[in-house]
Design a protein around this ligand. Structure first.
Ligand code: SAH
Length: 483
């Protein structure tokens, strides 16, 4: 190990920075966050440093002092209380001299971009104070460090800072209650993986604290689980949200339906029990009431239950009905939005849902037949300058296209059907209201499919970017096609 990572308490301690430009500014911001007393020596200062010094003075902090001078050894000697020197000028030789002076006085020194002349180096930081992750390659691979930092940024929920602070406040009380280290560890693990953490991440701090106190006072009492209604997106696992992934990876039980892609399902915690509650067309193996009841039962047994749905749970997903039942039983739940099929399919097919020249609004419509009848509000659907997106419309495609024409849309209005959007098997069938039913009949796509109607579809041939172009099947070239 070339460097030992330590976390330096700089509160009220002096840091001398030599240099007044952008590089110095970045370091000054960092040490200022750590509440250091900062002295900057430079011939001149960038505007941001001047502004920082002015606002520090206005606030009466006396934490930031600017010395306008060329660096000389005697200037450093004037500050015998210095614990860290940062050399951040544009001059390598000068930086090294500063570092030598610091080291001669046994002061920690950092030379920006010159680790060989530094006794300490700055790591890349993911800050969820009091939780911090510091990453370093010892100066060997800064770009790799930056990539890693991005990963950690996405891994650590923004609310982790609040959870960390809450844990800090209860540390002593928990210690008093559990003298045995193993019990204490088990307690904290439950806190950090369970409802307390989730409430803190959701910014419900009072509820998080109430649950923590409750858990502490009744640590032997049986706990109710929680249900997370999670949107799994249209298929491509990269379209999951960070929150969806985190909850999927800590679930005890996952109830999923047909639209959840195998790649998404694969990201569920390995030990979790997976239960299929999907419906296939015309066949309802698990009724909605039954699913609602299962969610309640599993949660009452103390499980963390993920109800994983395709797309977004609140768009044609019956998400509302499922959480209503949970609410009636007083079971804590959260809803995690997902990318709905309309957004996912449109993006991956190259069809902007709105466009200044073509459509100022977009409608999401269910094409599902209720009792064999499609009671759509045709006059509204044929209004100009809008895009129509039909979910569950494959079996009714012909009726939909015919209905739109009958009620006034031109039969040359561009229309597309997207099969298995955002997945490797995505196919885009393009035509117009009169031709699309035939094109679809010939291609014989399988569910799930989405229908988009409107002039924005004419942009598809130009804007398509995903998957092999061979997957695009075009019917008649309609008059509105721009390319
Ligand atoms: N809650 C889901 C929609 C559920 S309704 C969402 O927000 O996306 C089911 C319908 O969604 C399907 O019949 C189909 O029209 C559409 N759909 C879902 N995923 C799709 C996909 N990958 N490609 C095409 N259509 C999809």
């Amino acid at each position: 190990m070339d460097y030992l990572p330590l976390f330096h308490n700089l509160k009220g301690r002096r840091v001398v920075v030599v240099g007044g430009g952008e590089i110095a500014l970045r370091k000054v911001r960092l040490v200022q966050e750590a509440s250091a007393l900062i002295t900057i020596i430079a011939k001149d200062f960038c505007v941001d440093l001047l502004a920082m010094a002015a606002s520090d003075e206005a606030a009466g902090c006396n934490g930031l002092e600017l010395i306008t001078a060329s660096y000389e050894h005697r200037l450093l000697l004037q500050y015998p209380d210095t614990v860290l020197v940062i050399a951040a000028t544009n001059y390598r030789a000068l930086n090294r001299t500063v570092s030598e002076h610091a080291q001669a006085a046994n002061i920690l020194s950092n030379v920006v971009d010159d680790p060989g002349f530094s006794t300490v180096i700055f790591p890349s930081i993911v800050d969820r104070s009091p939780i911090q992750v510091a990453i370093s390659s010892g100066g060997d691979a800064p770009v790799l460090v930056r990539l890693l930092r991005t990963r950690f940024e996405s891994l650590l929920p923004a609310g982790m800072a609040k959870l960390g602070a809450l844990a800090g406040r209860f540390r002593e009380r928990v210690k008093d209650k559990f003298s045995n280290g193993a019990d204490r560890k088990a307690f904290w693990e439950e806190v950090f993986y369970g409802a307390v953490a989730e409430q803190a991440y959701a910014n419900n701090l009072e509820e998080a604290e109430r649950l923590l106190v409750d858990k502490l006072e009744h640590s032997d009492r049986f706990e109710t689980g929680e249900v997370y209604l999670v949107g799994g997106g249209p298929g491509d696992p990269d379209l999951l949200t960070f929150k969806a992934l985190r909850l999927m990876q800590q679930a005890d039980i996952v109830l999923y339906d047909r639209l959840v892609s195998p790649q998404v399902l694969n990201l569920v915690r390995r030990d979790a029990t997976r239960i299929y509650v999907g419906k296939t067309a015309g066949d309802h193996p698990v009724t909605q009431d039954n699913i609602n009841q299962k969610l309640v039962d599993y949660a009452l047994e103390g499980n963390r239950v993920v109800r994983l749905k395709g797309g977004d749970p609140f768009i044609f997903g019956r998400g509302g009905e499922e959480i209503e039942t949970l609410a009636e039983h007083g079971i804590p739940f959260q809803v995690v939005p997902g990318i709905t099929a309309a957004s996912g399919c449109a993006s991956y097919a190259g069809i902007p849902l709105t466009h200044r020249d073509h459509a100022q609004s977009v409608r999401f419509i269910t094409g599902h037949m209720r009792g064999g009848k499609r009671d759509l509000n045709w006059p509204e659907l044929v209004l100009p300058n809008q895009t129509l997106v039909f979910y569950m419309g494959l079996s009714g495609l012909e009726t939909i296209c015919q209905g739109l024409i009958t009620h006034g849309l031109d039969e040359t209005t561009p229309a597309a059907l997207i099969e298995k959007g955002t997945t490797e098997a995505q196919q885009v069938l393009v035509g117009d209201l009169s031709s699309l039913p035939d094109i679809v009949r010939q291609a014989g796509p399988k569910a799930p499919t989405l229908i988009i109607v409107g002039h924005v579809v004419s942009l598809q041939s130009k804007l398509s970017w995903f998957n092999n172009p061979a997957n695009r099947i075009e019917g008649t070239i309609n008059k509105n096609n721009e390319s």
